[in-house]
Ligand binder design. Structure first.
Ligand SMILES: [Zn+2]
Length: 392
């Protein structure tokens, strides 16, 4: 007999400055309360009468862990139709697994939302979408009106699952983003949530990267009264399309967005078909990014040492524009340690598609990588290959 996720009830509570939507859940034998909390001025846009977002957040976990889903709160008809008629049959075929039963009543909703939004982390994806839909896109109805910042597990410090320390990282990055939005006069919607804590406790430390799309768009769909259009920047294009429910949705999310679109809220993939390197190149003339680029998952400044910092600094260096970002990165540290930092390309180009792209770009442009970096990288590669083979 399969296990059950039960969405039991929902309630909205208000205090002086916050409105909070809470869902009580029973996952297997355990009870959880999942909340979404916003500034009071956005409280009227929380949708407590539908469970579209909660269903979206929980769906990949139900599939992977063999749970059925029942709910006392209905969901939008088009969302359940999209899941049951389109997405789940494809998931079953692509993953050769049984799909969950979803036993939930449907409702027809017509909220007339108005916000055109995207997430703002101040990373490369954010600035690419920001430039695209404030400067480049000439279609009025598609220009950004609001930015969004969600507590969804993205501020994970490189840890799978939940840790109290992640809250500090979230708070630091929120302050960074708020300062940026104030400087450039962007309206930003902050949604605080215990999504990561609930999911980590219920499903044993699943990696954020494996469900990021469902978590982000789940929050958007729980606020369908506000969000008319929401842009999400994909890491991958459809040339690597693959519906593998156990890995990152980034390889199939350009398809998934049509599934997660309802009568109220339309989800689009932003950044056309740009690669990571092309996105970085795209923002080089977008001055807002120079002093405000934050790519790190370790806190409120770029640590310069994690994988995301390293690959971004190398990319900017290859493009000849690292100096433009001297207030975002420790450029002197990079210059001093460049031969060691560049060794990462050779250490990881066989595992990491971003490093593979940088290697290809270096070859095509004649960017000089010292012999020392190549040799060190190859030694590191052997170590990594052995570790992967031994699963350590
Ligand atoms: Zn970092």
């Amino acid at each position: 007999m399969s296990k059950t996720i039960n969405i039991l009830n929902s309630r909205i509570s208000n205090n002086d400055d916050k409105s909070t939507l809470t869902f009580d859940l029973k996952i297997g034998d355990n009870n959880h309360s999942l909340y979404f909390s916003v500034d009071k001025k956005y409280g009227e846009y929380l949708c407590g009468e539908i469970a579209d977002g909660v269903l979206t957040i929980l769906l990949p976990f139900a599939v992977k862990n063999n749970y059925d889903i029942v709910s006392a709160i209905p969901v939008s008809e088009e969302l359940l139709y999209n899941f049951n008629w389109h997405f789940l049959p494809q998931v079953a075929v692509c993953n050769k697994i049984d799909i969950p039963q979803i036993k939930i009543e449907t409702v027809k909703t017509d909220y007339k939302p108005f916000a055109v939004s995207t997430g703002i982390s101040c990373g490369v994806d954010s600035f690419t979408t920001l430039k695209e839909y404030t400067v480049e896109c000439k279609y009025d109805d598609y220009k950004l009106t609001h930015l969004a910042f969600f507590e969804n597990g993205a501020h994970h410090l490189g840890i799978n699952g939940f840790s109290e320390e992640q809250k500090k990282c979230y708070e630091e990055q929120k302050e960074f983003v708020l300062k940026f939005c104030e400087q450039y006069n962007y309206e930003v919607v902050i949604v605080e949530s215990n999504i990561n804590e609930v999911l980590s406790k219920a499903f044993e430390n699943d990696a954020f990267e494996h469900t990021h799309t469902f978590r982000n768009i789940g929050i958007v769909l729980q606020m369908q009264k506000l969000f008319k259009i929401y842009y999400y920047s994909s890491a991958w294009n459809l040339d690597v399309f693959n519906v593998d429910i156990t890995r990152s949705p980034a390889r199939y999310e350009k398809y998934l967005f049509s599934i997660l679109t309802t009568k109220n809220t339309r989800i689009y993939s932003s950044n056309k078909a740009m690669t990571r390197l092309e996105k970085t190149e795209y923002i080089l003339d977008f001055e807002q990014s120079y002093d405000n680029l934050l790519v790190c998952y370790m806190g409120g400044h770029n640590c310069g040492k994690c994988g995301k910092c390293i690959r971004t600094m190398i990319t900017l260096d290859m493009l000849g524009k690292l100096e433009l970002y001297k207030n975002s990165f420790d450029v002197e540290y990079y210059k001093k340690n460049k031969p060691i930092i560049l060794s990462r390309i050779y250490a990881k180009k066989h595992f990491d598609p971003f490093m593979k792209e940088l290697h290809k770009y270096a070859k095509s442009t004649g960017y000089k990588i010292p012999l020392f970096s190549k040799v060190l990288g190859m030694v590191l590669f052997v170590g990594l290959a052995i570790k992967r083979a031994l699963h350590i």
